[in-house]
Design a protein around this ligand. Structure first.
Ligand SMILES: *[C@@H]1O[C@H](CO)[C@@H](O)[C@H](O)[C@H]1NC(C)=O
Ligand SMILES: *[C@@H]1O[C@H](CO)[C@@H](O)[C@H](O)[C@H]1NC(C)=O
Ligand SMILES: *[C@@H]1O[C@H](CO)[C@@H](O)[C@H](O)[C@H]1NC(C)=O
Ligand SMILES: *[C@@H]1O[C@H](CO)[C@@H](O)[C@H](O)[C@H]1NC(C)=O
Ligand SMILES: *[C@@H]1O[C@H](CO)[C@@H](O)[C@H](O)[C@H]1NC(C)=O
Ligand SMILES: *[C@@H]1O[C@H](CO)[C@@H](O)[C@H](O)[C@H]1NC(C)=O
Ligand SMILES: *[C@@H]1O[C@H](CO)[C@@H](O)[C@H](O)[C@H]1NC(C)=O
Ligand SMILES: *[C@@H]1O[C@H](CO)[C@@H](O)[C@H](O)[C@H]1NC(C)=O
Length: 807
């Protein structure tokens, strides 16, 4: 009996001692909480706790403190470990929030409990290690770490890696201050906040200019009322956002909440001044007019901000807000250097980046010239062109092709972006305006003669200052082809003639780009005043014909455009392979002879009365065979000059009273090559030299009646000889055509009439006759002598016999 009483007493005392303890006593009597108790005592909380009618204390063990370097906690932090109510873990449910004793800005801060298997957790790896130590005024929950009170929304966003993007964008959108000051906001964040926007929109929102729009997008994901997961009513709820639109929240039977259709995947991330829920996908405002893209915004998104700034700075901002159709070539900031551009040119340079129509990638072809909005120096409504280059045309898929397209020298570096009625092409570098012709021409080494001629003839400035011209630039080979004529034109005293020839190659006020020129013939005025004929053929080639081929038959004189469309600031230059001479330009044989190395011959002619007729006649054509001075050096001219008859004969031998035969001094080169190559391109481009001279030789009658001149085509040129002396060959050195169709053939040997031939040539006809007659006479004499001799001998023999018989 005693034993039972005693046992009962013990139990009663045991029970009463257990339940007679307060929370404070529970803490102080337990060795595990010495540091925590000290902290509470230090901050007077221990005392305060005595007066709590009821409380739950999350008590970190001494080990929990050891993990912290600095152990001194603030009263606020300690208060966060105390709930002003008693809650046993057995009554908790997963995700439940409790108000703590800690208040900030008038808001009591909450703590969230979560259950993982059988383990209760308070976040941050802080777990309940000993649950529900009951006291008479509350309960102590032993935890293995210190609890940290929630931080403000901005800090909370920063610390969660799932919220990194939202946090970054909030910074960009400058809504951080608002978020810091908030008093009870709810944020519906996502990992990919801008998901659902176009690339162009995303790129734009990534720029500081877009902070207003970005703020609007973010504010659509924020409400100024605080809504914890557990407080969301069943069914549908509407929640107004900071941006103005409403969000629709739906809590379904499975306790799944969706916000505008996006599931909440993580709820109740606590902040000191709000709460954050993470959605599986982003929610964007339905009405995104504020984000409506225009050219300006797309350009900014493409990092072409400097380009945009320049447009605005130079009064061209209308292009950024236009509804017209353009294709805009947009260089990135680091490749845009306006400092290289003269200030006066900046506007037209900027406008050069705007192609006047909307071109899709498909619309471009290699070598195409597209019109831009740049209009300086071209006169009238002339718009500067931009050259399109497609590097590898075989790649048919568009995205492969995109890499191979060039705007002048700028590569396409990204997807074209269509916006409003236009399209924007991001390119690797800014474009360069075509240079003026005087800067452009020297880049072509094979146009050096033409370039030099521009200056020496004094028309350089006129060409440069003409607005909207088409210039046909003959190659050096074309100049060489004219032989003595070129030499004459390049002489200092031929400056005026050269100027006329150059101007004859410049079309006044007319932009004849190859592809834009209509097929067929066009007669157009030149700077020289006379007209020139442009012929664009079916095959797409262009020919230029001056008066040298007035009848259109002399195809060796018609120029072919061999490199079209070299753009210059005031027009376009085409490279051509023949020079055209204005019909009214007077070139005499004397001009040609004076051009080079034929002074001895001129002197010879001047000694005769042929002078005017041959040297200066502009009506009847004469072809003069002019031996070089070196050729004369081999001859005894003194002897010739002492003998006027002989002199005249020599002179006349060198003059053919006909037009200059067609001869090409570069056979095997362009002439013949063109002849073969051009077959079948539909152009009938049969412009090889139809040389009048054949390899069999062609005979001409010189002014000297009793002689013939034979010109023969040989390998690499022509030879000339007289008919009477076929051994003495002269080689043709060069040729020059006079404006009356006559001309000069320069040769390397003086031709001599028969009777002047030195050495052992055949005898003249009368000498042969004399010899033949002499021989015949001699033979006749001998025959006669023989006959009479024989008669005499015979008679004598008979007489002798007769005499003997008579005795
Ligand atoms: C609280 O601190 C006071 C002095 O600061 C000390 O006297 C008292 O013993 C402490 N109480 C506990 C329970 O440690
Ligand atoms: C956004 O801009 C920053 C620089 O401001 C840049 O580093 C980042 O790559 C950009 N992001 C995109 C997607 O363009
Ligand atoms: C803009 O530049 C940033 C780096 O400054 C780059 O990351 C981004 O991709 C660029 N955007 C576009 C559209 O090129
Ligand atoms: C581009 O091509 C499309 C269809 O092929 C055509 O309708 C459009 O007119 C073309 N645009 C230009 C500027 O040539
Ligand atoms: C010229 O136009 C034709 C069709 O008209 C086109 O096939 C060709 O590519 C164009 N050439 C250039 C150089 O633009
Ligand atoms: C040149 O003089 C000769 C006589 O010396 C004469 O027969 C001939 O007709 C003259 N020719 C011309 C073109 O005057
Ligand atoms: C050239 O001819 C003249 C006159 O016939 C003669 O006196 C002279 O010696 C000749 N000169 C030579 C180098 O043969
Ligand atoms: C223009 O070219 C066509 C085609 O080659 C040709 O038939 C025509 O004769 C040329 N016209 C002239 C004046 O050269």
């Amino acid at each position: 009996m005693h034993v039972w009483l005693l046992l009962f007493n013990f139990l009663l005392i045991g029970w009463s001692t257990t339940f007679a303890k307060t929370v404070v006593e529970t803490l102080t009597s337990d060795d595990r909480f010495r540091v925590f108790v000290r902290q509470l005592n230090r901050t007077d909380l221990l005392q305060d706790l005595e007066h709590y009618p009821t409380a739950t204390v999350f008590a970190p063990t001494d080990e929990a403190f050891n993990q912290k370097i600095q152990a001194d906690m603030t009263r606020a932090e300690l208060l966060y470990h105390i709930l002003p109510q008693t809650v046993l873990t057995t009554e908790w449910h997963d995700g439940e929030l409790f108000k703590t004793g800690y208040t900030q800005d008038g808001r009591s801060q909450k703590i969230k409990v979560t259950k993982n298997k059988d383990q209760w957790s308070l976040g941050n790896n802080v777990n309940i290690v000993d649950a529900d130590l009951k006291a008479d005024n509350g309960v102590v929950q032993v935890v293995n770490g210190l609890l940290t009170p929630p931080k403000n929304l901005v800090q909370t966003l920063t610390e969660h890696k799932e919220l990194y993007t939202f946090s970054n964008l909030a910074k960009k959108a400058h809504i951080e201050t608002e978020l810091k000051r908030a008093n009870g906001y709810t944020i519906f964040a996502t990992q990919d906040v801008l998901d659902g926007l176009t690339d162009a929109e995303k790129d734009y929102l990534n720029h500081s200019e877009a902070k207003e729009e970005l703020a609007q997008v973010l504010r659509h994901q924020i409400s100024d009322s605080e809504l914890y997961f557990g407080k969301i009513p069943r069914g549908k709820t509407q929640l107004k956002t900071l941006q103005g639109e409403k969000l629709e929240l739906v809590l379904d039977k499975n306790n799944q909440v969706t916000v505008n259709g996006a599931k909440i995947v993580q709820s109740d991330i606590l902040a000191s001044n709000g709460v954050i829920h993470i959605l599986e996908k982003s929610i964007l405002p339905n009405n995104r007019d504020f984000l409506k893209m225009n050219l300006r915004k797309v350009l900014i998104g493409l990092n072409a901000t400097k380009f945009v700034t320049l447009f605005e700075e130079y009064g061209l901002e209308d292009f950024l807000h236009t509804k017209d159709e353009y294709s805009i070539v947009a260089p990135p900031n680091d490749e845009l250097n306006e400092r290289n551009i003269p200030r006066s040119e900046i506007q037209s340079w900027l406008k050069y980046h705007i192609i006047s129509k909307k071109y899709d990638l498909n619309n471009f072809t290699d070598g195409q010239l597209v019109k831009t909005e740049s209009d300086d120096h071209l006169g009238g409504n002339g718009k500067q062109r931009l050259l399109i280059h497609i590097v590898d045309q075989d790649q048919t898929p568009i995205n492969a092709r995109k890499k191979s397209i060039q705007f002048d020298h700028a590569n396409l570096i990204g997807n074209p972006v269509a916006v409003e009625n236009s399209i924007i092409y991001p390119v690797s570098r800014s474009l360069e305006l075509p240079r003026d012709p005087l800067s452009r021409l020297p880049l072509n080494l094979d146009l050096s003669t033409f370039t030099a001629s521009l200056y020496s003839s004094g028309v350089a400035d006129e060409i440069k200052n003409s607005q909207g011209i088409t210039l046909f630039a003959p190659t050096n080979e074309a100049f060489a082809r004219l032989g003595l004529l070129t030499k004459h034109l390049l002489q200092p005293n031929s400056q005026e003639k050269l100027a006329r020839v150059i101007k004859f190659h410049a079309i006044k006020h007319g932009l004849y780009y190859l592809n834009e020129t209509m097929q067929g013939e066009h007669r157009v005025p030149t700077l020289d005043g006379s007209e020139i004929n442009i012929n664009k053929t079916e095959g797409g080639h262009m020919y230029v014909r001056g008066s040298g081929a007035g009848d259109g038959s002399d195809r060796s004189v018609i120029a072919k455009v061999i490199r079209p469309d070299m753009l210059v600031s005031n027009g376009v230059i085409h490279k051509i392979d023949r020079i055209q001479i204005p019909s009214t330009l007077e070139i005499s044989n004397r001009d040609l002879l004076l051009a080079e190395n034929t002074n001895s011959f001129i002197n010879l002619i001047l000694k005769t009365n042929l002078t005017e007729q041959i040297l200066d006649s502009l009506d009847q054509p004469y072809t003069v065979l002019a031996p070089t001075d070196r050729a004369f050096a081999k001859l005894n001219v003194t002897h010739l000059l002492q003998n006027p008859d002989q002199l005249l004969r020599v002179a006349k031998l060198h003059v053919l009273p006909v037009a200059l035969p067609k001869m090409s001094m570069q056979p095997g080169q362009d002439g013949d090559r063109l002849e073969k190559k051009s077959k079948g391109d539909g152009d009938n481009d049969n412009r090889g030299i139809h040389s009048d001279i054949t390899t069999d030789g062609v005979e001409f009658s010189p002014l000297l009646d009793d002689e013939k001149i034979i010109i023969t085509k040989v390998d690499g040129g022509y030879t000339i000889k007289t008919k009477s002396n076929s051994k003495h060959l002269a080689d043709v050195v060069q040729i020059g055509r006079a404006s009356n169709a006559g001309g000069v053939i320069q040769i390397d040997r003086v031709l001599l009439p028969y009777d002047q031939t030195e050495g052992k040539g055949s005898l003249p006809w009368w000498a042969v006759l004399l010899i033949v007659l002499g021989v015949l006479a001699g033979a006749a004499l001998l025959g006669a002598l023989g006959y009479y001799g024989w008669r005499w001998w015979k008679e004598r023999q008979q007489g002798y016999i007769n005499l003997d018989e008579n005795h």
